[in-house]
Write a protein that binds this ligand. Structure first.
Ligand code: EPU
Length: 416
């Protein structure tokens, strides 16, 4: 699938932010831990969610998904073997490891896929499962973990990994005794997953701090839980607002505290930013200042907004820099933006971008989710037509992006 975009429009208006992808992809597998039916609300209708639902249906679960409400019926006999080839499609499928290990002490699953952002090992996840008492059998294709008993322990994470923190929580909630995760990640999605587990009867303390304490329980019950909204989706539209010459973009249904690193930055470089209880308004002012940003774990500047931010840098006179410190290669969009005449250099882990007054038409390819978003933002700067192929990558993680962009006034069409 591809999109064609004719840019140079005044983009303005309101965007309603959907449920958080990175909460949803963890909370759906986590629902396996319950012994009763689970209802989860605000689940975004995105391809990664559709893939997880398909995997669970292949595992024999009865699932209803309608109007952003997901109902997962509990299952008496849960198989440890996740044979589905679909797990290779998304990173979040590795949460079946923690969930099944926690539930039935055994899991066999294909290696998970996801965006290619350089090397993405899962050694911390596997080390932690073993510290909890699991035995690991591994080959190039699959992971097999088995325990007679999981026992709480103290775990020091070398790096506050989002995935390893969540997977460790999932494996530990039904382990015997107390598990402490030191140097835990504190992203809002981790707090969300933790709150979801608590709503099912788990005992998880210290969420949102670097020390998470989990006291194992025997059983998890039903819940009716609403997940948080997507700060990265909101951030992407705020960056779009900062790039356009319209009367401003308002993102609604988002907790502004999740985005302080971005809103502070946009204000510092000269945008008008207004923060309300559940919404943020942004308006570009004439001259924005060039800037440097370094991606960091939360509450630092999120790596997931680095690629979209590079499109904003194209509109600013002078040289701006993004230093990527989380992933080894989050630069797949750079060569594509260059095809439109963008002036960009990659030096080690830094992207250096010098603003260009005009970009020209080109045929681009999206290689990963946030890179796809960056290309769309870049295309809004070209008054001719930009074609972006492989737009499936965008649909993995943004809900109704074409409709939302059209509502803001962008001339964008989706073609098969
Ligand atoms: N790492 C290891 N070993 C591990 C785990 C991580 O070396 O066992 C390294 C990674 O290679 C990476 C760094 O630690 O260099 C951070 O990885 P982390 O585990 O924090 O990230 P993740 O769980 O793989 C999640 C999100 C990403 C988001 C990052 C950082 C999901 C499904 N993915 O990835 O989201 O960028 O946290 O916030 O939640 C996206 O939405 O576009 C996306 C890539």
């Amino acid at each position: 699938m591809k999109v064609k975009i004719r840019g140079k429009r005044k983009l303005e208006g309101t965007v309603h932010i959907s449920g958080a992808k990175n909460s949803a992809v963890a909370i759906i597998p986590a629902a396996i831990l319950a012994d009763e039916d689970v209802i989860i609300r605000n689940i975004p209708n995105i391809d990664d969610v559709a893939t997880l639902i398909s995997i669970m249906k292949e595992m024999g679960y009865i699932i209803h998904f309608d109007n952003n409400i997901l109902i997962i019926k509990a299952k008496k006999r849960v198989s440890y073997n996740v044979q589905s080839e679909l797990v290779k499609r998304l990173r979040g499928s590795y949460y079946f490891m923690g969930a099944l290990l926690g539930k039935i002490k055994k899991v066999k699953i294909n290696n998970s896929g996801g965006c290619n952002l350089g090397s993405r090992p899962i050694n911390y996840h596997l080390d932690n499962f073993q510290k909890l008492g699991a035995k690991l059998l591994l080959n190039d294709e699959e992971v097999y973990l088995k325990a007679t008993k999981l026992k709480g322990t103290s775990i020091d994470l070398e790096f506050p990994s989002v995935g390893a923190t969540i997977n460790t929580m999932l494996a530990a909630v039904k382990a015997s005794g107390i598990t402490i995760i030191n140097n835990a990640a504190i992203e809002p999605e981790i707090v969300d997953v933790g709150n979801f587990l608590v709503s099912m009867g788990a005992i998880v303390e210290g969420l949102g701090t670097p020390i998470i304490k989990i006291t194992g329980v025997k059983r998890l019950h039903s819940t009716d839980y609403t997940i948080i909204s997507d700060r990265i989706e909101a951030g992407t539209y705020l960056i779009l607002g900062a790039m356009s010459n319209g009367n401003g973009v308002r993102v609604k249904n988002i907790n502004p505290t999740f985005l302080i690193s971005l809103t502070n930055l946009l204000e510092e470089i000269g945008c008008t930013v207004k923060i309300y209880e559940n919404e943020i308004f942004i308006k570009r002012e004439e001259q924005l200042k060039p800037f440097k940003v370094i991606t960091k774990p939360y509450p630092g500047f999120p790596t997931d907004l680095g690629q979209p931010l590079s499109a904003l840098m194209l509109t600013i006179e002078g040289t701006s820099i993004i230093k990527e410190t989380i992933f080894s290669n989050r630069f797949s969009h750079i060569n594509e933006l260059k095809k439109m005449g963008a002036n960009i250099e990659i030096v080690d882990n830094e992207i250096q971008i010098t603003g260009t007054p005009n970009l020209h038409s080109a045929k681009l390819t999206a290689y990963d989710l946030r890179g796809a978003a960056a290309l769309i933002l870049g295309a809004t700067l070209n008054k001719g037509i930009t074609q972006i192929d492989n737009i499936e990558t965008l649909l993995r993680g943004y809900e109704y992006p074409i409709e939302k962009l059209q509502k803001l006034g962008l001339n964008i069409i989706l073609e098969s």
